[in-house]
Design a protein around this ligand. Structure first.
Ligand code: NAP
Ligand code: F7E
Length: 347
């Protein structure tokens, strides 16, 4: 049987690396798009490039391209003519989007438009399916206890407004031209490969180093923000499943549970056997290690955003029914895996 061909943008990121592994296991030929950087940025996929089997079978290719550069995108899509495109590339940090709103719009809003235009103009409408990495950030500060496919969007950051443009563009190209184009509205998902400036990985790295005596303390922002946290491995499988459906449809992917940043810290400390005590309030709050009396976490206003999304909790009934969605990981298991991975790295 002819092998399926996929393009993954954002191949060097957390999700791109897990998705590449999944597709290679499913015998796809995978073309990853990476942007040029002055340092190596392929740490998450180096094991795939060094895998003799993958290398000899010519199943995995990397190409330079940038979401802000139509010509590189057009050229690669016309050359590769993929069956599936997974658009995971983005300036994905919400706080950074307040500092670089224009660049965020260029890569996160216009980037997907460039891909959809290429599919249309290269006569690939019948051949190439398109997955857009949409996000729970679209809901902003929703007044609903659970957010699902019917919940009103209320984006609260330049990242979210850029992703909203991409979300509707994906729907418009599906409805206007019949492209098999779908949005996966994914809630936060973490893993040992999560970028180090996202709160989950930042907390785990900081606490592990403190536990091992490699660092004295860490700073943190809003402790009360609540997120629906899942695992990236579970979530990339759903991306693939969305493109295997008979008809294109958007899905919410979430665990249905929500925990605050404080609860995340509390459980990570428990798992690391650090006994803690929270003291003070608001911007003066801090946390001490009961065994030493030393401050190990300090709230710092530099980590607060101009606008915050306070509470997210998804309901993925549609995915449960149609994609047979059932996550393998829960909140505790995600933290435990992330802690174990950092302990191994630093010991
Ligand atoms: P990530 O780790 O930050 O990876 C982003 C990827 O995009 C990296 O490979 C990055 O390259 C690449 N990239 C950034 N700007 C680019 C540009 N201008 N041109 C080409 N490539 C560019 O993000 P992730 O957590 O894997 O998330 C994947 C996608 O899902 C993103 O679109 C994100 O916005 C979205 N999303 C994530 C979550 C989540 O909780 N993880 C939830 C909902 C939606 P470098 O390696 O060179 O930086
Ligand atoms: O923040 C709070 C922060 O940066 C989570 C991206 O993948 O998920 C991610 O966006 C919460 C926020 O992720 C710190 O204010 C407190 O309320 O880990 P985060 P995010 O903003 O939820 C969505 C679904 C995406 O689509 C995005 O691409 O934690 N917080 N203290 C902090 N956040 C950070 N980064 N650093 C802190 O020190």
């Amino acid at each position: 049987m002819k092998k399926k061909i996929a393009i993954i943008t954002g191949i060097t990121g957390q999700d791109g690396s897990y998705l590449a592994e999944l597709l290679l296991k499913k015998k796809y030929i995978v073309h990853g798009l990476k942007r040029r950087s002055s340092l190596f940025n392929t740490e998450r996929i180096d094991h795939l490039m060094l895998d003799r089997n993958i290398f000899q079978n010519k199943n995995f290719f990397l190409h330079h391209a940038d979401m802000t550069d139509s010509s590189s995108i057009n050229y690669l899509i016309s050359k590769i003519k993929p069956d599936e495109i997974y658009n995971l590339a983005a300036q994905s940090h919400v706080a950074v989007s307040f500092e670089q709103p224009e660049y965020t719009a260029n890569s996160d809003a216009l980037g997907p438009l460039r891909i959809l235009e290429a599919i249309k103009n290269l006569n690939l409408i019948k051949k190439t399916k398109f997955y857009q990495a949409s996000t729970s950030e679209l809901y902003g500060n929703s007044d609903k206890k659970f957010q699902d496919e019917t919940t009103k969007f209320s984006p609260s950051s330049p990242y979210a407004t850029a992703k909203l443009y991409a979300h509707w563009t994906t729907i418009n190209y599906r409805e206007s031209y019949g492209i098999f184009a779908v949005n996966g509205i994914l809630f936060n998902h973490e893993s040992p490969r999560r970028g180090e400036t996202f709160v989950s990985r930042k907390i785990i790295i900081g606490l592990t180093k403190i536990k091992l005596g490699l660092q004295d303390y860490m700073t943190i922002g809003n402790l009360e923000a609540s997120r629906d946290w899942g695992h990236a491995i579970d979530y990339v499988e759903m991306m693939w499943k969305m493109l295997q459906q008979k008809t294109p449809e958007d899905f919410v992917i979430s665990t249905g549970k929500t925990y605050t940043v404080r609860q995340f810290i509390n459980y990570a400390c428990k798992y690391l056997s650090i006994k803690i005590l929270w003291q003070g309030e608001g911007l003066n709050e801090y946390c001490i290690d009961r065994s030493t009396g030393k401050k190990i976490i300090v709230v710092d206003k530099k980590h607060f955003r101009p606008n915050e999304v306070h509470y997210l909790r998804g309901r993925s009934k549609q995915a449960q029914k149609k994609l047979k969605w059932k996550p393998k990981y829960n909140f505790k298991k995600i933290i435990e895996e992330m802690v174990d991975s950092e302990l191994k790295r630093f010991k």
